[in-house]
Design a protein around this ligand. Structure first.
Ligand code: AMP
Length: 210
């Protein structure tokens, strides 16, 4: 299966993608994770990306498109992949479409996780990541166990200001991608409000894997 998980910041894309790829046995490709790794390594790409990421802006299309197209051509994507956080703009969607057509492959599904703006800020500012396991917690909704509490990290762009900017980008740049997939008949919408298990179950249903 080749699919995209889309939704506003804090919709649960990362958390749900980690659960789904285990069941579906496909590769999880998170552009946010790839960019954060590049920032941490201090590569030229990372330094460029960091300038945009810390304020909640988008990394330029050319940078992200090159990174993703290279990634999906790797052998571990031959059985399928789940894109998380890409495409985020219409040019990104067009570039993905062109590259996949050229490779003779197609997307099976684009699943939109819907969460209202009013809930996003609280979800995002309470988010914490365990750098050792990659597990994403929420201080209120998915509290971390005491033994990992000291090592948890708070993303630089999980502040109220950066999150507001990211929401604006989502509505202005990412939502316009949806009609493209709607027209192809592969867009599915899932309610992202509920327990982790409830949302996972809805996603599996939307993918026809009940
Ligand atoms: P995420 O982890 O998906 O929330 O992404 C974190 C940040 O990385 C975003 O706010 C952007 O600055 C950047 N980013 C991730 N994916 C993309 C993309 N497809 N296009 C542009 N910027 C991106």
């Amino acid at each position: 299966m080749r699919m995209i998980l889309v939704g506003p910041p804090g919709a649960g894309k990362g958390t749900q993608a980690a659960r789904l790829v285990e069941t579906l046995r496909i590769s999880h490709i998170s552009t946010g994770d790839m960019l954060r790794a590049a920032v941490k390594e201090g590569t030229a790409l990372g330094i460029e990306a960091d300038r945009h990421m810390k304020t909640g802006g988008l990394v330029p299309d050319a940078v992200v498109i090159g990174m993703v197209l290279e990634r999906i051509a790797k052998p571990d994507c031959a059985n399928g992949f789940m894109l998380d956080g890409f495409p985020r703009t219409v040019p990104q969607a067009e570039a993905l479409d062109a590259a996949m057509s050229a490779a003779g492959i197609a997307l099976d599904a684009v699943v939109l996780i819907e969460v209202a703006d009013e809930l996003i800020i609280e979800r995002v500012t309470g988010r914490r990541t365990d750098p050792v396991t990659g597990t994403i917690y929420h201080l209120k909704y998915a509290p971390p166990p005491a033994e990992v509490a000291d090592r948890l990290q708070h993303r630089k762009d999980d502040t109220v200001e950066a999150c507001t900017a990211r929401l604006d980008k989502y509505h202005g740049e990412t939502e316009p991608v949806l009609p493209f997939y709607q027209a192809k008949g592969i867009l599915r919408r899932v309610d992202g409000v509920g327990s982790l298990d409830e949302v996972t179950a809805r996603l599996m249903t939307a993918l026809g894997r009940v």
